[in-house]
Design a protein around this ligand. Structure first.
Ligand code: SAM
Length: 261
């Protein structure tokens, strides 16, 4: 019997009870690699002693959640895909549906849903519902505040900076209230919570890369069920669905899939 696997299996079970995160959905090797630095920091030689440290130490618990969630995000991440979203995908959706329902699943600090809200504003689309969800409460808090450092705004053009942000000090900018208040931020765990229905556009980008094949399969199925017929699923730059027809999805452009019935 491999002792290390048993140790980690028990760790996953206990973490689920303590924090609610189901590590079974994430690739084991990735999590182990990412938390190693924290284990070394507290001198934990196995996952059970690491769990005991997490149980006692609030800061360590936060740092652990940080390592698992990976919040890296950007405004207009992969700008050419956002151009396609603005110039083709959203106008086509708008022709098909009067009031768009949009969901940014795994929204991190809000850069992604705010990028979409900026595009909608530029297109003159005022009627929409935008939901943005994540499992990281700290990230959701920052997202709701909408305050970013200048270095986080690297894909924002001068024009957008002037129009959609207010300078707070030399290094900080706040997104305008009109954009900020157009997004509803909520906690939602893609691995266990119920998904919203009736979506026309779902962005789930750079989230499922960390999931196991089995978890990905469940997430794709549920995301597809969330979409209305002709709705669009927008994935990240390194993500592909190998058998989209299994989920009633059809590729329409690189990283964009349409729900067909
Ligand atoms: C790398 S960020 C991607 C942010 C944004 N979508 C983008 O592409 O810039 C991944 C986000 O997925 C979230 N996440 C990880 N596991 C999740 C889960 N089970 N349910 C919902 N969100 C999750 C993380 O908290 C993190 O904020």
């Amino acid at each position: 019997m491999n002792l290390l696997i048993d140790d980690y299996t028990l760790f996953k079970k206990k973490i689920k009870e303590l924090i609610g995160i189901d590590l079974d959905g994430y690739k084991d090797e990735q999590i182990k690699r990412r938390v190693k630095i924290l284990m070394d920091r507290v001198g934990a030689h196995n996952f059970l002693s690491f769990y005991k440290a997490i149980e006692k130490d609030q800061q360590l618990r936060k740092d652990f959640i940080d390592k698992v969630t990976i919040n890296v995000s950007e405004f207009f991440r992969n700008t050419d895909q956002f151009d396609l979203l603005k110039n083709k995908i959203i106008p086509e959706l708008r022709n098909r549906f009067k009031k768009l329902s949009i969901w940014s699943a795994g929204c991190s600090y809000g850069n992604e849903p705010y990028s979409v809200a900026i595009i909608l504003d530029e297109l003159g689309i005022r009627e929409f519902n935008m939901l943005a969800t994540d499992i990281d409460m700290e990230a959701l808090k920052k997202a709701k505040e909408g305050i970013y450092k200048l270095e986080e705004l690297k894909n924002i053009t001068e024009e957008r900076l002037k129009r959609y942000f207010t300078k707070l000090d030399n290094d900080h900018y706040k997104i305008s209230d009109r954009i900020r208040l157009s997004v509803r931020f909520e906690y939602l765990d893609l691995l266990k919570d119920k998904y919203p229905k009736g979506m026309h556009l779902i962005l789930c980008r750079n989230v499922i890369i960390y999931f196991t094949q089995e978890a990905k399969d469940g997430v794709f199925r549920k995301l597809a069920e969330s979409l209305e017929e002709d709705g669009i699923l927008f994935l990240g730059n390194t993500e592909r669905i190998f058998n989209p027809q299994n989920y009633k999805l059809k590729p329409v452009d690189l990283f964009f899939y349409k729900k067909v019935v």
